[in-house]
Design a protein around this ligand. Sequence first.
Ligand SMILES: NC(=O)c1ccc[n+]([C@@H]2O[C@H](COP(=O)([O-])OP(=O)(O)OC[C@H]3O[C@@H](n4cnc5c(N)ncnc54)[C@H](O)[C@@H]3O)[C@@H](O)[C@H]2O)c1
Length: 254
Amino acid sequence: MIINGKTAIVTGGASGMGEATVIRLHRAGARVVIADLNEEKGQELAAQLGSNALCIKTDISSVDEVQHLCKAANDAFGAVHILVNNAGLGTIGRTLGKNGPLNLKVFKKTIEVNLIGSFNMLSNAAWEMDKNEGEDGEKGVIINVSSIAAYDGQIGQASYSASKAGIVGMTLPVARDLARHGIRVFTIAPGIIDTPMLKEVPEPARQSLAKQVPFPARLGDPDEFARLVQHIIENGYLNAECIRLDGGIRMGPS
Ligand SMILES: NC(=O)c1ccc[n+]([C@@H]2O[C@H](COP(=O)([O-])OP(=O)(O)OC[C@H]3O[C@@H](n4cnc5c(N)ncnc54)[C@H](O)[C@@H]3O)[C@@H](O)[C@H]2O)c1
């Protein structure tokens, strides 16, 4: 798909990898819709970009808010062609803690946002994409965001890993469902990327994390994620797969 002139929704677009993606796609000529809970940061970024950028405050786990987002994107820019399904939250907690089993509310919230929210977002965006005429039959591209925790979940990551593994698991069936609609579906599983989430980690711990990456021995740059997003959009033969973006790291138990 040619990015120039297309409309892209980027969830979690106000920060980290989402923000880098918004900037890159906008530079490539897309009209971008920043869909984030953090309206202040989203509006700030949209204002910086100027025309062809819009922020709509959205909770991806709300059906009403996601439907409103898709309609607002369509009203503003006339279509939805690209979804970067990136919003997510990180939770932590061992299966058995000092005071008993993990609070089920934590597990449910993680699944509710990361997995159900991602499906809610992709199904509603696909509904909009299906209205496009398409070039060579291609009406849309959906890029989900999992994590290497889907494969190498560490101690305390049961809920986060389950939510991200669910995204890997649904990639193939959703791609099969949407093939007849001319919509490609792809998933990226990032490793340790240097986003605001990671900036809270103290410097010695950051250095130790960086050393665990085989090559290059450093944290990932959010724009490396955005470049992969750009490539997936532009390369029409990529479909129904999950790719790790992680410098070769395989996480140990802790
Ligand atoms: N940073 C990493 O090392 C890393 C590694 C693997 C996977 N990931 C995943 O990549 C994605 C982006 O992570 P990041 O590091 O850029 O994070 P980040 O915290 O910098 O940004 C996440 C954004 O998502 C938004 N958000 C959270 N819940 C939301 C909701 N319910 N609805 C809408 N927006 C919501 C936040 O407001 C925030 O702006 C997440 O799905 C995360 O799980 C991150």
